[in-house]
Design a protein around this ligand. Structure first.
Ligand SMILES: Nc1ncnc2c1ncn2[C@@H]1O[C@H](COP(=O)(O)OP(=O)(O)OP(=O)(O)O)[C@@H](O)[C@H]1O
Length: 497
């Protein structure tokens, strides 16, 4: 374990460390920079230059102490993409390169861009992560509360690029009304639908369109995860000023967009703050747009008041994409890839039909399968045919119409080990319960695309390090104990069949 660090705030608000690390002799922030350099190079190799440039290459170190390193992304969109797709790879590489023992935890948050951070060093009056309170004078330009959206995201996540079908046409119509500022009577507006169905895409399209059309309309985009992190930081850290900056950053806007609100469900203080934010914005006639993976009424652990406020405006569902919509999304993906320099990309119609015909596949899954198929053909120099598509889709996660979910895995494990479903989320540590729980975490990591923090949340709000530990432990036990290994394989086979 490293030394207890002694964080101080620089004028720019970036935390620095004064006490050298016990093991490396370097200040934590310095050793974090050195580790990050190596991780960054590996990431570019592992993900490919283009992906790296678009996502992980935009990260920089915001804070570091002996236990945690915080990487900052230029927008909450980039942060949430990295947290859902690349965080496990980053953590694995960090573990490999970090010279601090045990390796520090890595988290990614949205924050100021590299450029704005540099200018912050020269200008200690820059707005904080959550915006600035206070007045505007005619001589000083109003600070922009519009979140910086990466150029790539701005181009890609537009309404023009969003394929419309029966399941999402209402959501798109609502989005257009919000862009035109024509729906103040519906407030808040909640978009809900399954993961990967296009909610974040629509939210970013709204943000980008408004930013483009009307620089004076103040839009703030925040993921619920950032909301909680910033709220907790302002409660813990910076006294009254921090709290009022936090509140002002969210309230001094014309449109507040909150993504993934379900994340807030089991955090009572953050919930309360969200409720007050909604009440205050609605009262002031400012629009709020919220996305959730379920109807507000069914967010477990959300207070009745929060549920009722969230449902009091307009609740709009994005349904599952039907076959026709999936086929059109696929055509759009092919066109886009051709425009990006793969002019010769050809996917025969039977192969497209097969790809789109998968039951219960969300646009995100479709995109994942498409990328897989195209990459395989590109790297191996082989054409894409119905057979190659079938072959790829026979892989675990695309295999059946029924997608594997953490819930389904938990149920199967409960059955196999004769424990109850509530034990999966309980605090009980008896081995008879803890081991099956670890098995379910391990299988969730192996068989779904969920990130470690996401899996942890589905097991009674546990931390991602608990899931990481479970994965390590079960992998080790499978290697050491053939009977245990056979038992896990049986559960896994049952889930895949
Ligand atoms: N109708 C659509 N047309 C084009 N692309 C789509 C459509 N729906 C979703 N996508 C694409 O699918 C991917 C996943 O969408 P998105 O991230 O918006 O899902 P989400 O509902 O916000 O998921 P989560 O709840 O996990 O955050 C994105 O790349 C998005 O561009």
């Amino acid at each position: 374990m490293g030394t207890v660090s002694n964080p101080v705030k620089s004028p720019s608000g970036i935390m620095t460390e004064t006490v050298p690390d016990l093991y490396t002799g370097e200040p934590p922030i310095q050793s974090a920079h050195n580790t990050w350099k190596a991780v960054d190079e590996d990431l570019a190799r592992a993900l490919g230059r283009n992906v790296h440039r678009a996502w992980t290459g935009q990260l920089f170190i915001q804070t570091a102490d002996a236990h945690t390193v915080t990487l900052s992304a230029p927008s909450s969109f980039v942060a949430s993409k990295i947290n859902s797709h690349y965080i496990d790879t980053i953590r694995r590489l960090w573990e490999k390169h970090d010279r601090v023992d045990p390796p520090r935890n890595v988290r990614v948050v949205s924050g100021p861009s590299k450029a704005s951070r540099r200018s912050a060093a020269a200008d200690s009056t820059r707005p904080s992560l959550v915006g600035v309170p206070g007045s505007r004078s005619s001589s000083s330009p109003r600070p922009s509360l519009q979140t910086p959206v990466s150029e790539l995201a701005r181009k890609r996540f537009t309404l023009e690029n969003f394929v419309i079908g029966a399941s999402n046409e209402l959501a798109v119509a609502v989005a257009r009304q919000i862009i035109g500022n024509r729906v103040p009577q519906y407030n808040p507006i909640v978009l809900h639908g399954a993961n990967g169905i296009g909610k974040t895409h629509i939210l970013h399209a709204i943000e980008a369109e408004i930013t483009e059309r009307d620089a004076d309309r103040r839009v703030k985009f925040v993921s619920a995860e950032d909301f909680v992190a910033q709220f907790v930081a302002s409660v813990r850290g910076s006294g009254r000023d921090g709290m009022s900056a936090f509140k002002a950053g969210l309230r001094d806007v014309d449109l507040l967009i909150i993504d993934d609100v379900h994340f807030i469900a089991d955090k009572s203080a953050s919930q309360e703050e969200l409720l007050h934010t909604i009440i205050s914005l609605v009262g002031a006639g400012r629009q709020i747009l919220i996305a959730s993976d379920r109807h507000p009424d069914t967010i477990e652990k959300a207070s009745d008041r929060l549920k009722s406020y969230m449902s009091s405006g307009l609740v709009c569902k994005i349904g599952a994409a039907d076959y026709e919509l999936r086929l059109r999304i696929l055509d759009r993906l092919i066109t886009r890839r051709r425009e990006q320099g793969h002019a010769g990309l050809a996917i025969p119609q039977p192969a497209r039909d097969h790809l789109a015909a998968r039951m219960n596949v969300t646009p995100r899954d479709l995109e994942g399968a498409f990328n897989q198929i195209v990459a395989q053909s590109e790297f191996l120099g082989t054409p894409i045919t119905l057979e190659t598509v079938q072959e790829t889709l026979s892989d675990s996660r695309y295999m059946t119409g029924q997608r594997l979910t953490v819930d389904r895995i938990q149920r199967s494990v409960c059955e196999a080990f004769s424990i109850s479903l509530t034990d999966m989320s309980s605090k009980r540590r008896a081995r008879a319960v803890a081991r099956p729980r670890q098995v379910a975490m391990y299988l969730s990591k192996k068989l779904t695309k969920r990130s470690l923090p996401d899996i942890g949340r589905r097991f009674g709000g546990r931390d991602h390090t608990t899931v990481m530990h479970a994965v390590k432990r079960i992998t080790q036990l499978r290697g050491d104990d053939a009977t245990f290994d056979a038992q896990i394989r049986a559960v896994e086979d049952g889930l895949k069949s």
